[in-house]
Design a protein around this ligand. Structure first.
Ligand code: ATP
Length: 332
């Protein structure tokens, strides 16, 4: 008996959308897969946690989204069950150890291929499975090797525009999809702005998002921002934040209404202050920030709660920027 040909499609699916479905169905048809495994990540390695849904909600949306295609697409909770940071190499290794010795094709979008050399053990992945790299709207397939991640280039034995044969014996296939102009980021944004997502996701996913009140603007959940600013100031103070100051920017042309500044005694302390604040807000208000920047370095961390932006500096760096001079202080 022939070894089964299996497509593997991982993602965050926050939320699942027609772009994901298009990619799995089109690749399966083109490459003749017996099965596609859709694998939601528990924690994606290259992503910070921002306002979104729980792992269980992402899994449920995926299960709803593939309805009608269950013969071909199997949702696999392997990374949910494993917990921790989800590395594709661990999942593939488990699949490859199966008795039926599957021939595996890992399907990824061009955005992921561009940073593929940041994936854990990408060289091992490329020696165990074939890669199917799909186009994404706005991201053409690579025209020449100059558009490839540098560390992957040295692995190539031969290539043309449609495929590259690797020295490992495996192949990277470049696959042009019919564009489906959608991303999870855009969908989350549309919901925050109160726009319709009807054309972006299957109806059952749309209903789920609506009834579970996912991705709503944090503004609506946080209510009075003056009070919320005070709350954050107390949290930072209690954790040893230095010189915690809040500013009301409503009378100024600023991208936010309130801002809060604090500093930490070291880059580690600064990152710890941000982490603590995010945890407390999540516990008491049930929201993650809309975005988070600078957490890895800990020199200047920006936590964005929409109408409140919190800047946490390593104190030494704070002296350099002197943002305070730009804003109206409302209280110490
Ligand atoms: P986000 O906007 O939050 O980054 P996303 O829309 O990229 O999310 P993911 O769950 O991160 O969705 O992506 C899973 C896989 O689906 C990735 O390999 C990604 O490249 C691919 N993908 C996502 N959207 C599309 C699309 N519109 N067309 C083709 N592939 C897509």
């Amino acid at each position: 008996m022939k070894n089964p040909k299996i497509g593997v499609f991982g993602g965050n699916f926050d939320p699942f959308h027609y772009g994901h479905l298009n990619s799995m169905l089109s690749a399966a048809e083109n490459f003749g897969f017996d099965e596609v495994r859709a694998v939601p990540a528990f924690i994606s390695p290259l992503r910070v946690q921002t306002q979104g849904s729980t792992p269980t909600q992402r899994l449920e949306m995926l299960e709803l989204g593939i309805r009608g295609h269950e013969d071909l697409i199997k949702v696999d909770r392997i990374e949910m069950d494993r917990g921790g940071v989800s590395y594709t190499i661990d999942t593939l290794t488990e699949y490859l150890s199966a008795k039926e010795k599957p021939d595996i094709f890992l399907i990824i979008g061009m955005d992921q291929f561009m940073k593929f050399d940041q994936w854990k053990r990408f060289d091992k992945i490329l020696s165990e499975v074939d890669l199917v790299v799909t186009s994404r709207p706005g991201l053409e397939l690579p025209y020449s090797m100059d558009d490839w991640p540098v560390s992957v280039r040295s692995m190539i034995a031969d290539h043309d525009r449609h495929q590259a044969i690797l020295k490992t014996g495996r192949t990277i296939h470049f696959f042009q999809l019919k564009d489906v102009e959608v991303s999870s980021t855009d969908i989350r944004k549309k919901i925050r702005l109160g726009q319709s997502i009807q054309t972006d996701v299957p109806p059952q996913v749309e209903e789920y998002v609506r009834t579970q009140k996912l991705y709503e603007s944090v503004e609506r959940r946080l209510g009075d921002f003056q009070k919320f600013t005070d709350y954050c100031a107390v949290v930072l103070n209690d954790k040893g934040g230095i010189n915690v100051q809040s500013y009301d920017l409503r009378s100024q042309t600023a991208p936010t209404e309130f801002t809060l500044i604090a500093s930490g005694t070291s880059t580690r302390h600064t990152a710890a202050l941000a982490e603590h604040l995010i945890k407390e807000v999540k516990k008491d208000f049930g929201v993650w920030p809309e975005s988070l920047e600078g957490q890895n370095e800990g020199r200047w961390v920006v936590v964005d709660y929409g109408s409140l932006i919190v800047h946490i500096f390593y104190d030494y760096v704070r002296q350099e920027y002197r943002l305070e001079e730009l804003w109206t202080k409302i209280r110490k």
